[in-house]
Structures are given as structure tokens and as C-alpha cells.
Design a protein around this ligand. Structure first.
Ligand code: TA6
Length: 312
């Protein structure tokens, strides 16, 4: 896809390499004291985050469990130019979902299926590793969306995984976006997972397609297809996986919306980039600006959405 040698200047001794990954996409491999991680430069997509820290309550030492990934990537994912990679943390931008005013345009925008630029790699003083990637408008993007922009993703791999996505309007006129950090969390058994923090929060149900607002009562467990846009979601959500005794805290800013998705049986079977049983292995909990939570960015201004995942 691209000349891998052009990325070698970004390597950090004993901590970060850039290699050719699946589909010959360039990928960043991080290995520091706290975690290992893989980031695809295509889509600026974090594909893996494995913490080396064990919770003190489990009385375990600092040791990596190779199967213990925060993120799910489908075994049937496409690693093909022009297609989105199913899994990890896709960036949906500058629109979330299917834009009804642009029915012929790609679902979830276009930056998840383009090669980004690698701008910076850095060892931070606390031992974590920072990576900065960006994408700006080009003749190709302007065919799909006429605006001038710079989108910058800063990723910090350390005790936690932190992502911050800055949308900058480099043009002369304001533009409006919706967006999501569409995170696929890996779970050993979807029926053993509970998502806390959305009790009494209103949502739109994309499964029924109804425009009517529903009220979430209680915490969320998954035993059917779930595709919901939670409006006015709180800044902190907690995903509890009772099987692996793992708790993931999701702290976000710059957003009012959370999206929760699990495709369940039929969609898994009918999706070319999911295996039949994929629905058992992940839940998407997305930090978003979606539905009525649109963001208008004036010329020369920016908006930042951020999320931090803490595993305990
Ligand atoms: O965020 C949930 C959702 O919009 C679902 O409706 C589902 O289609 C999912 O995203 C995956 O979309 P994708 O285009 O990646 O297949």
C-alpha cells in the first residue's frame, strides 16, 4: 500500500515500530511497561490494546496475558483499500451512520477507509507512548464532502488507553459534523456483560427505527440485537465483564451521546465481515456526537472529543 520505509523515522527504540500489517496496511506496534498496542495507519484505527497491569484486587503480578485484549477485531474483517476494518476503534467522521441527505455516501463517513498521515511518536515522561495521526481534506474527500478540514487523532498507550480527536475547520465557512469513536470491546461471553451508567437515560432505537424516544430502565445486558443512540449520556460509563472479572471505565468528553451496539445472530450471519458467532464476542460502546447532538464548527475553530478506557 505505502512505502513502509517512509515510516521508519517514527520508530522509538524498544518501544515502537512501524511494520506492514494485514492487507499490507502500515501498522504501529507499541510495547511499553504498561501495555502493548497495535494501531493501523489506515483508518487511524487502534486494533489492539493489551494491558500488562493486573488489578491489585486480584493480587496478581504485572504480567501480560496474550489473549486479554481490550478490543475485538473480527476474524472476517476486510483489510482492503476502500473498506472499513471491522473492529478495534473505527473513527466515524464527518457523519455517523447513514447520512439520510447523502444516501449514496459511505456509512459512518469516509476517514475510516483512508490512509492517514503519521505526524508524531513520542515517549512520555510517565512511560506511556503517544502517537499523533492526522488527515486533511483532499480532492478525494471533497468529492464526498466539500469542506476543508484537519482531523487529528492523539492516542496515548499507557496505564490507560486515551484517544482525543480534534476536528478543525480550515475553510472559510462553518460546517456541521456528527461522529463516533466506534469502539468494539472484546468480551468472552456477551450474555455475561453489563453496561452501567445509562439507567434513566433516553435513547433512540435503531432496531425498530422508531423516531420516538425510549427510556432506559436499569443497566444494560445483551440478549437480543441492540442498536441504540443514548441522548444526554453521562461522562462515565462502566462495562462489567463478570466472566473475566474485568471492569472497564469509559470516561468521555466533548460528546453528549453514547451508542450501544450488538448485532446478535441474524446480522452476524449476514455480514460478510463478521463470523456467524461474532455477536457473542463483542459489544460496541461508542463515544459520539450523533442524532440531535450535532457539532457546528466555525471557520478557524475546532472541536475535540476524547475518551479514556481504564481496566481494573
Ligand atoms: O454504531 C452502530 C452502527 O451504526 C450499527 O447500526 C451497525 O451498522 C454498526 O454501526 C456497524 O456499522 P458498519 O458500517 O461498520 O458495518
Amino acid at each position: 500500500m505505502s512505502n513502509i520505509s517512509s515510516f521508519q523515522a517514527f520508530a522509538l527504540k524498544d518501544e515502537l515500530t512501524v511494520t506492514e500489517g494485514k492487507g499490507r496496511f502500515p501498522q504501529i506496534n507499541i510495547d511499553n511497561d504498561y501495555a502493548s498496542s497495535i494501531i493501523s495507519i489506515y483508518g487511524a484505527q487502534v486494533l489492539s490494546f493489551k494491558s500488562k497491569l493486573k488489578s491489585e484486587s486480584k493480587q496478581e503480578s504485572k504480567q501480560e496475558n496474550p489473549n486479554d485484549d481490550l478490543l475485538f477485531v473480527s476474524d472476517a474483517a476486510y483489510f482492503e483499500q476502500g473498506k472499513a476494518i471491522k473492529g478495534g476503534i473505527p473513527i466515524c467522521w464527518p457523519w455517523f451512520g447513514k447520512d439520510e441527505s447523502k444516501p449514496d455516501k459511505p456509512m459512518h463517513g469516509f476517514v475510516r477507509s483512508m490512509l492517514w498521515e503519521l505526524n508524531e511518536t513520542k515517549s512520555l515522561s510517565d512511560g506511556s507512548t503517544q502517537v499523533v495521526l492526522s488527515i486533511s481534506d483532499s480532492a478525494e474527500t471533497r468529492k464526498l464532502w466539500s469542506h476543508h478540514f484537519k482531523l487529528t487523532l492523539t492516542i496515548v498507550v499507557g496505564k490507560t488507553l486515551h484517544l482525543s480527536l480534534r476536528s478543525e475547520n480550515t475553510g472559510e465557512i462553518p460546517f456541521e459534523i456528527t461522529q463516533a469513536l466506534h469502539t468494539y470491546f472484546s468480551v468472552p461471553d456477551i450474555t455475561q456483560v453489563e453496561l452501567k451508567g445509562l439507567d434513566q437515560v433516553n435513547y433512540l432505537d435503531k432496531v425498530t427505527g422508531a423516531k420516538k424516544i425510549e427510556l432506559q430502565v436499569g443497566d444494560i445486558s445483551i440478549n437480543q440485537e441492540v442498536d441504540r443512540i443514548y441522548l444526554d449520556s453521562p461522562a462515565k460509563l462502566t462495562l462489567i465483564d463478570s466472566l473475566s472479572e474485568k471492569e472497564i471505565t469509559i470516561k468521555s468528553s466533548g460528546n453528549k451521546t453514547a451508542v450501544v451496539w450488538n448485532p446478535w445472530i441474524t446480522i452476524s450471519k449476514n455480514s460478510g465481515d463478521l463470523t456467524d458467532d461474532a455477536y457473542q464476542q463483542f459489544i460496541c460502546v461508542e463515544t459520539a456526537n450523533a442524532a440531535d447532538d450535532t457539532v457546528v464548527i466555525d471557520s478557524g475553530k475546532s472541536h475535540t472529543i476524547a475518551v479514556e478506557y481504564t481496566i481494573s
